[in-house]
Write a protein that binds this ligand. Structure first.
Ligand code: HEM
Length: 240
């Protein structure tokens, strides 16, 4: 079976036979569609579960899942050429949509934080006493750094190396996404969540955010890291 070469293929795709290549392409498509469905499904599920409006706290899971599960996932997956509803958009259109979605992450994250802090102040409970809250703060800090890199990319003429800044933006985005996934999983370990969701359903909920995380991780590393390695080897061989 001849090996397949495609100009945009990743290291994993190169050297696959024709059948394995198409199986790989279809599995990727299924993975991406599953990631869309799971991030939307998780957001709807958490929103229904927290019954928004019943307390100050109830808005925290709603805002955080809309921001970090839905908007952040869609903000990355829209750049995918497979299985994304925005794959027919121009590059410029995708970048604009990415901005809108990242702005929504910032708004939803800030609002969600405001609600949980207010809720704890009203009930006079101490702050930052759980692993979820500590990882949550780390997620918010990482998201801030990532957005700062993104804002700098808006003014490329003032930046000495756009390629390096892009890489920082992508790496920071990857770290933020993984931290957000960890925070969501820890939220499911809270007494509030475990008080309602028990047994096999709890295990399903914990596994749900892992699928979008794997797809996003795969997309970012495929899109940026090999490019960087290629550029680096060109640079090292003096062929810049
Ligand atoms: C990635 C998204 C999330 C982030 C960044 C985040 C962040 C935080 C932070 C910083 C706190 C502590 C506030 C304080 O101590 O003053 C907190 C508390 C809390 N969050 Fe989240 N959260 C997220 C998602 C969620 C979700 C989806 C749920 C529910 C399913 C949830 C449930 C809770 C609960 C029950 C508390 C209070 C108990 C505790 O401090 O652990 N969070 N969150």
């Amino acid at each position: 079976m001849p090996a397949v070469f495609h100009p945009h293929s990743s290291v994993a795709e190169e050297g696959l036979g024709m059948h394995e290549f198409w199986l790989y392409v279809w599995l990727r498509k299924v993975g991406i569609v599953a990631a869309h469905i799971m991030s939307l499904g998780l957001t709807i599920f958490i929103t229904l579960l927290s019954r928004p409006g019943t307390s100050l706290f109830s808005w925290h899971p709603v805002c955080m899942s809309i921001g970090f599960s839905l908007c952040m996932t869609e903000g990355v997956l829209l750049f995918s050429s497979e299985g994304s509803p925005f794959c027919f958009q121009s590059r410029k259109g995708k970048v604009q949509l990415h901005w809108v979605l990242q702005a929504l992450v910032a708004i939803a994250g800030g609002t969600g934080l405001g609600f949980i802090v207010a809720s704890k102040n009203v009930s006079e409970r101490p702050h930052l006493t759980s692993w979820h809250s500590l990882l949550g703060v780390a997620t918010l800090v990482a998201a801030g750094c990532q957005m700062l890199c993104g804002v700098c990319l808006l003014f490329p003429k003032r930046v000495s190396s756009v390629a390096r800044l892009r890489l920082y933006h992508a790496t920071c985005g990857l770290v933020t996404y993984l931290l957000a996934t960890g925070t969501l999983v820890l939220a499911m370990c809270s007494d509030w969540f475990q008080g309602t969701i028990k047994g096999a359903l709890w295990y399903v909920c914990v596994l749900l955010p892992l699928c979008p995380a794997l797809v996003v991780m795969n997309q970012i590393t495929n899109a940026y890291l090999p490019t960087y390695q290629r550029r680096r080897s060109r640079y090292e061989s003096g062929n810049v």
